[in-house]
Design a protein around this ligand. Sequence first.
Ligand SMILES: *Cc1c(COP(=O)(O)O)cnc(C)c1O
Length: 458
Amino acid sequence: MPEYIQESDFTMVEEGFVARDLMEEIINEVSQTEDRDAFFVADLGDVVKKHLRFLKSLPRVKPFYAVKCNSSRGVVQILAELGAGFDCASKAEIELVQGIGVKPENIIYANPCKQISQIKFAAKNGVQMMTFDNEVELCKVSRSHPNAKMVLRIATDDSKSSARLSVKFGAPLKTCRRLLEMAKNLGVDVIGVSFHVGSGCSDPQAYVQSIADARLVFEMASEFGFIMKLLDIGGGFPGTEDSKIRFEEIAAVINPALDLYFPEDSSVEIIAEPGRYYVASAFSLAVNIIAKKEVHLEQSGSDNEENSLNKSIMYYVNDGVYGSFNCIFFDHAHPTPILYKKPSPDQPVFSSSLWGPTCDGLDRIAEHVELPELHVGDWLLFDNMGAYTVAASSNFNGFQLSRIHYAMPRMAWEAVQLLQRGFQQTEEKETICTPMSCGWEISDSLCFPPSFTPTGII
Ligand SMILES: *Cc1c(COP(=O)(O)O)cnc(C)c1O
């Protein structure tokens, strides 16, 4: 968790007021001054909606949010309030979620290759569930965390995903028997199987295949006497509406596969590790144009007007690929700018390129974008900037990270509370609570942690 992220701003927004309105408000405010730093608006209501969609579409699956995707405090905190679990991959991520009161049983240490000191840290802090895919890891865990509950990560066919993970992690099926045998000999407990189909997965069959493979590993494990009770179907779910496939379409394929291979009466607990799904669409970024250069192309004729159109324009903005736009390199993203001010229809457009603020020529955000002429001080907006953006931003060249302003719609806040009441009932009466079927219903007063107290009511 980068400590330098500034996120002091929470704003409670009333009905009819959307995150974009908050963005406008901030832009109006800072436009009075010279301080026009790039900033995010994070709509926590969007995260709440995603959670409700998840519970509705995958009713048998409990989400463990993958912290690496966006570890900003507002996101982690709202998901903790919603009762989600967390997929952590390091000591710092475990500290982050335990720091806001997440219980160890709601954490899976889902990194198959861990540093010994960090395994010991997990042991000391009660985190028992962790993944492995190789022999050496089993030896390390048997010495450093004898009470660990191990989850065997299997390899998947991730060829239809935008970011492949099985090149690095996952045991091929043919090695699983040997791994299970070794765990048995070392006295290490294995409780389940996990997989990850790759991030940004467009082929739901990849889940089906992996669920079927997991069933085979369950059978193998029970031959060795392990009591297998956890299936972890990983992440890979889309986070924006312009994805190749909708989340609901993937869920509609996963559910029957779960019912076939892990029927409800098998009493196997099923979890997932969605990252991108929860946060991609919640964040919008506003950047300011800090510099501009015109590039005149070959002049063709003598017509003056034509000549003036014969240029392309380079814009330099105050966030770039070393900051929030690292997603261009690490997540194969193609962010497209949205004009903050609507152009008049008769304005000519120019082929334009957008560059970040650092001195590196690699720091290019977009090329060949058709834009009307813009000026230093103008704003550009980018939607769908929540996944793998702030998470890997750097201070390279002395540029600060873009600040995050959180918008919390009152309706969403109330929905959170409703869900919390549901969870309490579950604990007290041991009945399963039915999540709301759609969006926003019912409410009451709410107890949020102090850090969530809104700073200003609009
Ligand atoms: C990155 C990662 C995730 C999250 O993946 P998304 O595609 O963002 O949902 C989940 N689990 C593990 C083990 C990961 O490494």
